[in-house]
Design a binder for this molecule. Structure first.
Ligand SMILES: Nc1ncnc2c1ncn2[C@@H]1O[C@H](COP(=O)(O)OP(=O)(O)OP(=O)(O)O)[C@@H](O)[C@H]1O
Ligand SMILES: [Mg+2]
Length: 353
């Protein structure tokens, strides 16, 4: 019974209590009037009854408002920066005003804390991104400055040395241009929540990309296995850039004689795009990081070839914007396989994440 009463809203409980106490006081007064009929006794009983009503009501109201005081203390602590604090709901039933208030505030605090943590993580990522980008740009800039100073000091003895310096400067400029383009692409992807998707013929894009790659490296055995007419919901330019990055990796990180397979097919209600090579593969501890921005499994060699470690991050961002999934499987000596799974048009793209 007491537990049932505790579940009543505060206003009902206090109203019932005060009404019951007043009724008792009135009953006591009536009893004194019937039993003694003495005015002094009646007044004394009535005063005692009213005092009792006042004392008991004050005590009960104080007790009932204690959770609110605790809530106010907790709110002060939260305002002072202790974001982990929560109002204790256990002491009060969730049907009461205080219980509902505590639950609503706790839910709101959880949401605020999640949003704050997400913002902190995103700011940290952005800081890291800017630091890495600056670091990457500093290397070619230093190199350009070095060659320019050599030239100015007259330290390049003949035309051959000047030509070589200009070639090196041009190659550094190309590297910086590629890096800035990749950075802009990633920054654009970071801004977009989802790509502007429309039905796109993935088979055609894959065939075109293989043809382009074969034209650049005619000596590499290309083995396309492309099912005709696989249409996905996508952004054609982004999907082309995804394939260019994967095929660029085969070109950059495997010897030119290593065969490359490109496969496109449907599997259930999804499309599979696979790029696989028989190159040297990636060491086990590096595989988990290859989608990180600026990560290179073989720093020296990749950088020397102009790689900035952003290609696979772009590939991952494109597949995410398409509501797809990506996986990379590789081991030293066993080659590398990248699978991109994209939803087919009849399925809403976002559901597939
Ligand atoms: N097919 C592959 N074979 C061997 N290693 C690879 C292959 N693809 C990627 N890697 C490794 O993964 C790293 C990350 O690849 P990613 O494409 O992100 O950067 P990158 O190719 O070095 O530079 P970028 O693509 O920005 O020009 C590479 O540096 C390379 O070490
Ligand atoms: Mg790459």
């Amino acid at each position: 019974m007491l537990n049932r009463i505790r579940r009543w809203p505060l206003r009902t409980r206090l109203g019932t209590l005060v009404t019951a106490l007043c009724a008792c006081a009135m009953a006591a007064t009536a009893f004194a009037w019937v039993v003694s009929g003495d005015a002094a006794v009646i007044v004394t009983v009535e005063l005692a009854g009213l005092t009792g009503v006042a004392v008991i009501s004050t005590a009960v109201v104080r007790r009932e408002l204690r959770p609110l005081e605790r809530a106010a203390d907790t709110a002060d602590a939260i305002a002072a920066g202790e974001f982990g604090q929560r109002l204790t709901v256990a002491a009060t039933a969730p049907t009461t005003e205080v219980g509902r208030l505590a639950e609503a505030l706790n839910r709101m605090l959880d949401q605020i804390q999640t949003a704050l943590s997400a913002r902190e993580r995103s700011e940290e990522r952005m800081r890291q991104f800017v630091a890495d980008a600056s670091h990457e740009l500093r290397t070619p800039l230093q190199s350009l400055r070095g060659y320019a100073e050599l030239y100015k000091r007259g330290a390049l003895p003949d035309t051959a040395a000047v030509d070589e310096a200009v070639d090196r400067m041009l190659s550094e400029i190309h590297r910086m241009t590629r890096l800035v383009e990749s950075l802009l692409t990633l920054a654009r992807f970071d801004e977009e929540d989802e790509a502007d998707l429309e039905p796109v013929d993935l088979s055609r894009i894959a065939r075109d990309s293989c043809r382009d790659a074969a034209a650049v490296e005619p000596e590499r055995p290309f083995r396309p296995d492309i099912e005709a007419g696989v249409v996905v919901l996508g952004d054609e330019a982004q999907l082309r850039s995804l394939l260019a990055n994967l095929l660029g990796n085969v070109r950059m990180h495997t010897p030119s004689g290593a065969p490359c397979h490109v496969e496109v097919r449907t599997t259930g209600d999804e499309a599979l795009l696979r790029v696989e090579d028989e190159g040297p593969g990636i060491p086990g501890d590096a595989v988990a990081h290859v989608f990180d921005r600026f990560y290179r499994a073989d720093k020296g060699r990749s950088r020397a070839r102009g790689g900035s470690g952003l290609g696979l991050a772009i590939v991952a961002a494109v597949s995410e914007l398409h509501g797809g999934r990506i996986s990379l499987d590789s081991a030293p000596g066993r080659g590398t396989r990248v699978d991109v799974i994209l939803p087919l048009p009849h399925r809403p793209a976002r559901e597939a994440v």
